[in-house]
Design a binder for this molecule. Structure first.
Ligand code: FA5
Length: 344
């Protein structure tokens, strides 16, 4: 009896599904009618428990199979319906149209130069140190042996900050040398560090001068450090940085914090030393100041006079970037013109 009932329900379903024009609504109605909670079919399944074990097995199997078949037919119809509702004309993509390039950010050449400097020096065992851009007079000048009334304080035209604390006079640091004694107070030699960072000077700008620019300081301190070590390390750095042989030249100079002091030049990368307008036809480019650390600076840091020697330098990163990328005006770096930055 039940077997026939199931078969006739299936037949009835097949007839009905064959006749309808499938729509979401109609299919939902069909599903409800044949497989819904109150449907005849589910009623049979619910009453299986009242049958003998043998009947239960037989009828159960048939009922479940039929239920699956009905489900399958309904979901097949649903899929056909979905596929039919896609408007291929609208969805069509013309893969031959050239793509729109998304704008991506660019690193400023100064950042690129800084990253490269850091890579080269860390590979030589240097550590990277950091210090404040707003600095007190003590670390920017006093500990560096720049006497209070010495004209050297005017040498670096300084942005003095309004005294708000009444305790100490603050400046925008004029060089990365402000970190020298800060570092030495906390570390015992031997050590070798570089200090890359932003510095500020109250001066008129021109193609080689900005009021805000970048330097990187080096400080190497130990028991037997000489100017020869300095020259070798600097030359090694420049050859790695420019990926070619570089000559370096030291000229006598003066800084209160070094004794002796040098002006440091490298082969002009624009003309390879032959002479051109950028290097004023000298074949050399001035990169920075350097020297053997003055013992007075060591004393200010708490080291005993004569116990250590060391060298230091402060090189301009804009000058390096200009030479590397052949840029003729330092003001382009921080001018914010995207046509410039986008080239890097
Ligand atoms: C100094 O700043 C010293 N602190 C360097 C130093 C460090 C000497 C440690 C000894 C020991 P100077 O003022 O010469 O020195 O500046 C160093 C370099 O910074 C210059 O050679 C130049 O490359 C760069 N520089 C200086 N002024 C500017 C500026 N206005 N714009 C761009 N680069 C500049």
């Amino acid at each position: 009896m039940l077997k026939e009932k199931i078969e006739s329900l299936k037949k009835q379903f097949l007839e009905e599904v064959g006749k309808i024009t499938p729509s979401e609504e109609r299919l939902f109605e069909l599903e409800k009618k044949y497989l819904g909670r109150k449907s005849e079919f589910i009623g049979i399944l619910k009453n299986l428990k009242n049958l003998t074990p043998e009947e239960r097995k037989q009828i159960g199997e048939l009922a479940n199979r039929t239920k699956d078949e009905i489900m399958e037919i309904i979901s097949g119809k649903k899929k056909e319906l979905e596929a039919g509702s896609i408007d291929f004309e609208k969805e069509k993509i013309d893969v031959t149209i050239p793509g729109k390039r998304k704008g991506v950010g660019h690193l400023n050449p100064i950042s690129l130069v800084q990253m490269e400097i850091e890579d080269i020096f860390t590979s030589m065992g240097f550590e990277i140190a950091d210090g404040p851009e707003v600095e007190n007079e003590h670390y920017n000048f006093d500990v560096l042996n720049v006497p209070k009334d010495h004209p050297a304080r005017d040498m670096q035209d300084t942005f003095w900050l309004k005294d708000i604390s009444n305790k100490e006079k603050l400046v925008l640091r004029t060089h990365t040398s402000n970190v020298q004694v800060r570092y030495m107070e906390k570390h015992k030699p031997p050590f070798k560090i570089i200090i890359p960072g932003k510095v500020f000077r109250h001066e008129a700008t021109d193609p080689r001068h900005e009021h805000t620019f970048y330097q990187f300081e080096a400080l190497v301190v130990g028991k037997k450090i000489s100017a020869a070590n300095f020259k070798y390390i600097a030359k090694t750095f420049f050859e790695r940085f420019f990926e070619k042989e570089m000559n370096v030249r030291l000229r006598p100079s003066f800084f209160p914090f070094t004794e002796p002091s040098f002006e440091f030049d490298i082969t002009c990368n624009i003309c390879n030393g032959k002479g051109c307008p950028t290097c004023s036809h000298s074949g050399w480019q001035e990169i920075g100041g350097a020297g053997m650390v003055n013992q007075k600076v060591f004393e200010a840091a708490g080291y005993k006079n004569g116990e250590y020697q060391g060298f230091a330098w402060g090189f301009g990163m804009e000058r390096l970037a200009m030479l590397k990328y052949k840029i003729d005006d330092a003001r382009l770096f921080h001018g914010g013109d995207l046509r410039f930055t986008k080239q890097f």
